[in-house]
Design a binder for this molecule. Structure first.
Ligand code: MG
Length: 166
């Protein structure tokens, strides 16, 4: 007989990366960050929100961001990723889960994330429906190595835990 997994707390991981290009805004965690280059993408290219969406969908076993918001759909062009995150929260909520806590690492050579950290935490917390003390955002450089080191783009890794509601 198959044993039910312990569904009290579920863990999900999400990853996203986008390329830096001139002439685009840099939006991370719903916050506009002053920068000479922004991120290229079909939506607003907010890699922090995208990684968190995949983490919470993954934790709930509810697919992934590409399935939920196909980049072939014109409706998703230039889309606000905070709105996408809120839609993902509604989806996992309908599946019986609520977000418990989120932890994000942003890997980029620049710009520095720390001056914007509290604003990003607050913006994400409000979209996730949790307290900002349950949202962690950390910035890391890649020590000059590889495509991140050459500032070709940035990467985000997110981990989320969900609680079962019913
Ligand atoms: Mg993305």
């Amino acid at each position: 007989m198959q044993r039910e997994p312990d569904a009290t707390i579920r863990v999900g991981v999400g990853y996203d990366s986008h390329r830096f290009v001139p002439g685009r805004p840099l939006i991370l965690g719903g916050v506009l960050i002053p920068s000479e280059t922004g991120l290229l993408g079909h939506s607003d290219a907010d890699a922090v929100c995208h990684a968190i969406i995949d983490a919470i969908l993954g934790a709930a076993g509810q697919g992934d961001i590409g399935e939920m918001f196909p980049d072939t759909d014109p409706a998703n062009k230039g889309r606000d990723s905070i709105g996408m995150l809120e839609a993902a929260v509604r989806k996992i909520s309908a599946a019986g889960y609520s977000v418990n806590q989120v932890d994000v690492s942003v890997v980029a050579e620049s710009p520095q994330l720390s001056p914007h950290r509290e604003k990003i935490r607050a913006r994400l917390a409000s979209a996730l429906g949790i307290d900002s003390s349950s949202v962690s955002v950390k910035g890391k450089s890649n020590e000059g190595m590889g495509w991140i080191g050459r500032s070709e783009g940035l990467a985000c890794i997110a981990v989320a835990t969900l609680k079962r509601n019913r």
